[in-house]
Design a protein around this ligand. Structure first.
Ligand code: ADP
Ligand code: MG
Length: 352
């Protein structure tokens, strides 16, 4: 690290950013988590002109409320939705908004260094786009860290040691599975199935079984309330509202948790297969470590009832969920800010 950088480092408040498919979290060095908002931007349709109702840009919380409720000329976009950057310009707008919100308004403060966790599956072009966006948004230096690495650090796994740790981070759009040893991803796999897919399964199931359409936000609420990845003796019921496909009229129906478990079968299988694929590619010595140390889950969807249990059953490994799994990645990034030498070690492993 250069001398100038060390001096600037004394004054600047560096940022750690979890640029997630569902939520973006920002941690400020020494202050912890300061932002946690949905990765959503509302724009005028067909443009990347962000709406500014009441002078405030419609990004994050303000924009998520609009999902599925916008009139024809407005669009609420999730630019990272499937773990790839669907729209570079809008991703940049979003990143800039969050960086300014976390860092802006300071009278004297050098431009921050920023550690951004990105899905491990993104392409070199996408990486460059994220890096440029963060620079344009005011960063002095940008480090990109693979999301499973940040999650593992946030979960407190001994990533730098010569011992195998497995992290399964299930977010909105992706499931990122990795085996980590000596600050590197030994094997990893990113599949485009995550919490959103569970919501879509609920929507399809209710449409097929009851001829009723429910929106994304309603489906997510159903998942939170009675979602279960594993068959359970206790059956929970819930009355939900949607629109009848044939008559077009609003309707109320009752569904139960067993039906939801049934609806979840496909994505649960996909996630388990992704994990098994990584296990099969893991060297025997590391696999032996995993048998003893088990799998650590992170990401919002690790909170889905029954999911850790079913993964443990199918893999034969112990499975635990990290403390506060939704903030693991951001906390991992923040921890890295304190120790940029480790960042360099990780980036060396990554071949950057
Ligand atoms: P990303 O990193 O992709 O932004 P997150 O880690 O923030 O994603 O997780 C978001 C996903 O987690 C969403 O699909 C959300 O519905 C799901 N989720 C959050 N809390 C819960 C919960 N208690 N039960 C089930 N799913 C949850
Ligand atoms: Mg995530």
């Amino acid at each position: 690290m250069g001398f100038l950088d060390s001096i600037l480092g004394l004054f600047s408040l560096d940022l750690g950013i979890d640029l997630g498919t569902a939520n973006t979290l920002v941690a400020v060095q020494g202050r912890g988590l300061v932002i946690s908002e949905p990765s959503v931007v509302a724009v005028r349709k067909g443009t990347n002109q962000v709406l500014t109702p009441g002078g405030v840009p419609a990004v994050g919380d303000t924009a998520k409320i609009m999902l599925g409720k916008t009139p024809g000329n407005i669009e609420a976009i999730r630019p990272m939705k499937d773990g790839v950057i669907a729209d570079f310009d809008i991703t940049e707008v979003m990143l800039r908004y969050f960086i300014n919100k976390a860092h802006g308004g300071r009278y004297f403060s050098p431009r921050p260094r920023v550690v951004v966790a990105v899905p491990s599956g993104i392409t070199a072009v996408e990486k460059r786009a994220v890096k440029n966006s963060a620079m344009n948004a005011g960063a002095r230096k940008v480090y990109l860290i693979p999301e499973p690495m940040a999650a593992a650090i946030g979960a407190g796994l001994p990533v730098a040691e010569p011992v195998g740790s497995m992290i399964v981070d299930i977010g909105g759009g992706t499931t990122e599975t990795a085996v980590i040893s000596m600050a590197g991803l030994v094997t990893s796999e990113s599949i485009r199935v995550g919490g959103d897919e569970f919501d879509q399964c609920i929507i399809r199931y209710i449409k097929n079984e009851y001829n009723v359409l429910v929106g994304d936000n309603t489906a997510e609420q159903i998942k939170f309330q009675i979602g279960n990845a594993m068959p359970d003796h206790d059956i929970e019921r819930l009355v939900i509202r949607g629109r009848n496909v044939q008559t077009g009229m609003p309707r109320e129906i009752e569904i139960n948790s067993q039906e939801i478990t049934e609806a979840f079968r496909e994505p649960v299988t996909a996630i388990i297969n992704g994990i098994k694929m990584v296990l099969e590619r893991t060297q025997p010595e590391l696999a032996a470590d995993l048998l003893e140390r088990g799998i650590c889950m992170a990401g919002g969807a690790s909170l889905l009832r029954g999911l850790p249990e079913v993964i443990s059953m199918e893999t034969g490994l112990p499975v635990g969920v990290a403390d506060d799994p939704l903030t693991c990645v951001a906390r991992g990034c923040a921890a890295l800010l304190e120790d940029l030498d480790v960042v360099k070690q990780i980036l060396d492993c990554e071949g950057n």
